[in-house]
Design a protein around this ligand. Structure first.
Ligand code: HEM
Length: 389
């Protein structure tokens, strides 16, 4: 019933013919199975995150250094250790009062002519939180939105077969990220002049093996945090409200028993995984799911499909709050397991709890259905108008 992207076939109860298959037309391998996805993400020696080696090199090395998502150990381990202390469950838990206050503030400002969940809460809340952590003014959030929308509105089907198109996409990507990187570079320069107690200030001071991070590393890493830190949590909040609305009995259960909110969030991450695909490259010839894959091949690991794999989850297409355990792959697995998971979970729990308190009759509007983001690689509502009385 929802206008999710047609390529996201797992959302329509369809199963692939093979859990690992080569896409002749696009030139990469699709991994759909749960066991195979965990095998790939659990073994960085065989399946590297450094996919840059397959693509045309960017004109300038400083555009890629510090991108933690595309690093393998040991470099990855060093950078991750640096930053992980800022995102431990304990540190994150201290943010709860701020997240609650912000949620109330944003809900106080809902316009009288209608509540649109993404515009009014699900977008601004995580952006303000991550901007505060980084130390950039959250009042610039309309700017971030402009830049981020440009990056994620891309509906192009990526192909390894068309090198001219790849170069064109690289050029577009560089062009689209330039304003964000320039913006962050100004903040980094500012911190070098006048240190401050925020994440950018801390990264500027931090040392790996006795060496400071370069400006480019701090800028690129901050960009990953700013991007990963908000659009995904926006989708999580929207998707959870939408999934609950579509399952009124379970919605009533969560309303009556708020202790069930974390289970609703985990099931939402499985059922409508916001970030449904990660990429890896084979470091040598591999056998995966009984299929032989040569070296230097790109693998698209479909977390969204693995989260609906009937070999792992009973009745996988049912939204079911009582799944326990619920070992979904919505935050990935292995060394790159989402650094922001404790923060995303906290924001989701606090915001949903307050939303239910303040709107006892919250429901979707049959005249204004939810719209999903157009990218084949994201699963999340872009607009979700709600009725409140
Ligand atoms: C990594 C999903 C929220 C920061 C990842 C990965 C996934 C993911 C699937 C693994 C990527 C891979 O293996 O290649 C999500 C979802 C979120 C969310 C679904 C919200 C519901 C956040 C937040 C932050 C964040 C709030 C930051 C504050 C990161 C970072 C990484 C990452 C820095 C890279 C970690 C590494 O490479 O070691 N995320 N994320 N994410 N996420 Fe999240």
């Amino acid at each position: 019933m929802w206008d999710t992207h047609p390529r996201q076939t797992w959302l329509r109860g369809e199963r692939p013919d093979h859990v690992v298959e080569y896409d002749e037309e696009l030139g990469f391998w699709n991994v759909h199975g749960y066991a195979e996805a965990t095998e790939v993400m659990g073994d960085w020696g065989r399946f590297s995150s450094d996919v840059t080696r397959l693509f045309p090199a960017p004109p300038d090395q400083s555009l890629t250094e510090g991108n933690i998502l595309q690093m393998d150990p040991p470099d990855h381990r060093e950078l991750r250790r640096l930053i992980s202390h800022a995102f431990t469950p304990r540190v994150v838990a201290d943010l709860e009062p701020r997240i609650a206050a912000l949620t109330h503030e944003l809900l106080d400002a809902v316009p009288a002519d209608g509540f649109e969940l993404v515009r009014d809460l699900a977008y601004p809340l995580p952006v303000i939180v991550i901007a505060d952590l980084l130390g950039v003014p959250s009042s610039d959030r309309e700017l971030f939105k402009l830049w981020v929308d440009k990056l994620f509105e891309n509906t192009d089907q990526f192909s390894l077969k068309d090198e001219a198109r790849q170069r064109e996409q690289l050029r577009e990507n560089i062009e689209n990220t330039a304003p964000l990187l320039d913006y962050l570079r100004e903040h980094v320069t500012e911190r070098r002049r006048a240190p401050r107690e925020d994440l950018i200030g801390w990264l500027v001071q931090a040392e790996v093996d006795g060496e400071r991070l370069s400006d480019a590393e701090v800028v690129n890493f901050s960009a990953v945090l700013l991007l990963a830190g908000h659009i995904t949590t926006t989708m999580l909040l929207g998707n959870t409200v939408l999934a609950l609305d579509a399952h009124p009995e379970q919605f009533a259960e969560v309303r009556a028993n708020r202790a069930a909110i974390p289970a609703a969030i985990e099931e939402s991450l499985r059922f409508l995984s916001p970030f449904p695909v990660v990429a890896r490259v084979t470091t040598g010839p591999q056998v995966l799911g009984g299929v032989e894959i040569p070296a230097d091949q790109l693998l698209m690991v479909w977390l969204g499909a693995a989260n609906r794999d009937p070999r792992q989850f009973a009745d996988p297409d049912a939204f079911d709050l009582s799944r326990d355990p619920n070992p979904h792959l919505g935050f990935g697995r292995g060394v790159h397991f989402c650094l922001g998971a404790p923060l995303a979970r906290l924001e989701g729990r606090v915001a949903l709890d307050i939303l239910l308190d303040r709107f006892p009759r919250l429901r979707t509007d049959p005249d204004r259905p939810a719209a999903f983001l157009p990218s084949p690689n994201l699963t999340g509502v872009r607009t979700l108008p709600l009725l409140t009385d």
